[in-house]
Design a protein around this ligand. Structure first.
Ligand SMILES: Cc1cc2nc3c(=O)[nH]c(=O)nc-3n(C[C@H](O)[C@H](O)[C@H](O)COP(=O)(O)O)c2cc1C
Length: 372
């Protein structure tokens, strides 16, 4: 049996295989509420054979949204539409994950496909447009095209930490099986970690120990609010790809600290600050997952331009990671796992399709002479 299609257990959650969907912002909410788009977008990955579907960066408070159209879990009313999603995913064999997030100084940004705040007044009304002043560790903007943030004081940081914990409790009520702490990509927790955004002179700035203090206190609050039987993952940027930024060495220490407070797996991404030179290419982040796995002695997920079944299998066989996460390739082919299973020679790949489809796909392949 391939490694890719072998099960794995984190706390009380067993995943049927090692292929998961990475979180992907859909910018499709009004005032943070999930809707039919989220059900269908996420649901198709369960039908396609992914073992765990991680829903997009979900804001723990309104000012923590990247854009006004982000998903949120800052109020109880936002639980029910997400419950519909988690129930569908589980009913079709996938575990439901949710990434909790706060964008910090990268908040209140335009929708990416618009390239600016181009909404007409009528669209603003229809889309639930909002804009606001972001908050951050320091009053320094991300880049010239982002808003100038207000620096957080301790009361603001406490409020945000409490919001993370409350959102984790709501995620549990919504039926999520796993939660992911978004500590990557230049968003709030990454802003505290990295000297690129953190210019504080109090106990939250300066040394790595100080810069980790707020992110780790949030991580602890989330872990305490989240059921012990359910796994928690953390997504980190293993390197900022900027000389003066966070390095893999720094992140080995951060990953060890996360592991010590109960995080079960580190989802290894990179980058997120302006001016990074990222060597993008096939499997470019797999060595980062390997470094964290070996040096922090913690399970990892590899992500980033993983598109081929054999390559995904090799990442696992080489011991670079424990899970394979797909983002854009999953959008391109929501049935990637069932196709990969066939490619890796599994006998029962047709059994991975929903019953409504499996017999029919097999009949099609028989007619084409692709299978017996
Ligand atoms: C449309 C889109 C939305 C994304 N949203 C998120 C997000 O909400 N949280 C996150 O950590 N990463 C997000 N990412 C990054 C992906 O999870 C992933 O790390 C990245 O796309 C690299 O993987 P890929 O090459 O398989 O696409 C997003 C990527 C895309 C393409």
């Amino acid at each position: 049996m391939s490694k890719l299609f072998s099960p794995v257990t984190y706390r009380g959650l067993t995943l049927k295989n090692r292929v998961i969907v990475a979180p992907m912002c859909q910018y499709s909410c009004r005032h943070g509420f999930a809707n039919d788009w989220h059900l269908v977008h996420l649901g198709r990955f369960a039908l396609g054979g992914f073992s765990l579907v991680i829903a997009e960066a979900t804001a723990v408070s309104p000012e923590g949204r990247i854009s006004y159209a982000d998903l949120g879990l800052w109020e109880d009313g936002q639980i029910a539409p997400l419950k519909r999603v988690t129930e569908f995913l589980r009913a079709h064999g996938a575990a439901a994950g949710l990434q909790l997030a706060h964008a910090g100084r990268k908040a209140s940004a335009p929708l990416p496909w618009r390239g600016g705040f181009t909404e007409t007044e009528a669209e603003k009304e229809a889309l639930g447009f909002e804009s606001w002043t972001p908050v951050a560790p320091s009053a320094e903007r991300h880049s010239s095209s982002y808003a100038m943030p207000e620096a957080l004081d301790e009361a603001g940081m406490t409020r945000i930490r409490d919001a993370w914990a409350a959102a984790a409790r709501r995620a549990d009520a919504a039926g999520f099986d796993m939660i992911e702490l978004h500590s990557a990509h230049g968003y709030l927790l990454n802003q505290f970690l990295s000297p690129i955004a953190n210019k504080r002179t109090d106990k939250y700035g300066g040394s790595l120990e100080n810069r980790m203090r707020f992110p780790l206190s949030v991580a602890e609050a989330v872990r305490a609010a989240w059921p012990a039987a359910k796994p928690a993952f953390a997504r980190i940027s293993v390197t900022d790809w900027i000389e003066s930024g966070m390095t893999a060495d720094d992140n080995v220490l951060y990953a060890k600290a996360l592991k010590a407070i109960g995080y079960d797996l580190i989802h290894c991404s990179s980058g997120g600050f302006d001016g990074a030179s990222v060597p993008v290419g096939p499997l470019y982040q797999a060595p980062l997952a390997e470094a964290i796995r070996n040096r922090a002695d913690v399970p990892t997920a590899a992500v980033g331009l993983i598109t081929k079944a054999q390559e995904a299998e090799q990442i696992l066989e080489r011991g670079q990671a424990d899970l394979i996460a797909l983002a854009r390739q999953a959008l391109d082919d929501p049935n990637w796992p069932v196709h990969a299973m066939r490619e890796l020679g599994a006998e029962n790949s047709y059994g991975q399709w929903p019953q409504q489809a499996g017999y029919a796909v097999r009949a099609k392949d028989k007619a084409l002479g692709v299978t017996r």
